[in-house]
Design a protein around this ligand. Structure first.
Ligand code: GLN
Length: 340
């Protein structure tokens, strides 16, 4: 069999180029999923950050990027939106790279909270935020990677994401201003964290860092490539750039698996079965470890704050290609087997 990745030297180009026939087949599946769900009109666009309310509810994009660097797109994949909570795994990765797990985990836990993303609650047993995927945990993480002046650490964050996306990303300053103005709940969380001794007294700086992280503009292709960079042991499969220290990716992906979709995380784990992260802008990205990255976008959200069409598309992609981590057919390279 020619397609099995070489486990000894994962970066060697051990997998064969896809044939045009197979590329067409994959494209066909993605196009079908797009057309199947583009008419679904359930959900509501988030408005608690007023600027997010301006999103076009019709937008729907899908992108899939393999660890070999092939990229497949459908619909409004070029449409940009702010990354919002999908920034959280990357900030966690940066905190782990900067401080190591021992220090980082003094400030944030690894347990699912079962609560909404914006819950004002700490783990009663440990006094820490439950995990880095809820706002409390993400603000604690932002505090770990912030610098003074904060522009420097915001630039470092945008650089990191740009490396993963394979193009230069930038902030949406209107969304940033809108969230900064209205983000009283996150400010409350910030001061709760200060009171609990989880973050230092530079609360404003930590919040500035967090709000800026949420305001990075991405499209579906960026998300899929960021996910594919995680799947590819930290190396961007298109540019070849080494972006993430791979030894920490297991922390990040494990937490995404158990906590990435807030209080829908358990259902997601069963139905889709991939480490993933959603955001209130309507994006979701998912990682098929060692195989590919998925990025989807559609701004109408369900009650848990997850994209309605995004969940439908991911569920269908996972079942169609056998991507579920615990799917009987997924033996670590099911996607490549499907292709060969
Ligand atoms: N910036 C948003 C907030 O803090 C992110 C939330 C989300 O995407 N779930 O409220």
């Amino acid at each position: 069999m020619q397609g099995a990745p070489d486990r000894e030297s994962p970066q060697a180009s051990a997998t064969p180029a896809m044939t045009p026939f197979l590329e067409t087949q994959i494209q066909k599946v993605i196009d079908e999923i797009y057309h199947k769900y583009k008419g679904v009109d359930d959900g509501t666009v988030a408005t608690y950050i007023p600027e997010l309310g301006k999103a076009n509810p019709k937008h729907f994009g899908i992108c899939l990027a393999t660890v070999e660097g092939q990229v497949f797109t459908a619909g409004d994949w070029e449409q940009e939106f702010t990354i919002q909570s999908m920034s959280k795994p990357f900030a966690f990765q940066m905190a782990l790279e900067k401080h190591g797990p021992e220090e980082t985990l003094k400030h944030v836990g690894l347990e699912p909270s079962g609560e909404a993303f914006n819950s004002i609650e700490l783990d009663p047993k440990t006094g820490r935020p439950f995990n880095p995927m809820v706002n409390a945990g993400a603000i604690a993480v932002a505090s770990l990677i912030k610098q003074s002046p904060v522009q420097a650490s915001i630039a470092a964050f945008v650089d990191k994401l740009s490396g993963a996306a394979g193009r230069r990303l930038r902030l949406d300053y209107s969304v940033l201003a809108s969230e900064t103005e209205t983000g009283n709940r996150n400010r409350a969380i910030g001061y709760l964290l200060l009171n609990a001794g989880i973050i230092d007294e530079q609360v404003q700086l930590s919040l500035d860092q967090y709000f800026a992280q949420c305001s990075v503009l991405v499209n579906c292709r960026d998300l899929a490539l960021m996910a594919a960079t995680m799947a590819n042991i930290g190396n961007n499969p298109v540019t070849g750039q080494s972006v993430f220290d791979f030894q920490f990716l297991k922390y990040v992906m494990a937490v995404m698996f158990s906590c990435g979709l807030y209080d829908f995380a358990g259902n997601w784990a069963v139905e889709v079965g991939l480490p993933a992260k959603s955001g209130v802008s309507g994006g979701i990205f998912g990682v098929v470890n060692r195989q590919l990255g998925i990025g989807v976008y559609s701004p109408k959200l369900d009650a848990q704050g997850n994209s309605v069409r995004g969940i439908l598309a991911c569920r269908e992609l996972a079942s169609h290609f056998g991507l579920h981590t615990f799917d009987f057919s997924n033996v670590g390279s099911s996607f490549m087997q499907w292709l060969l």
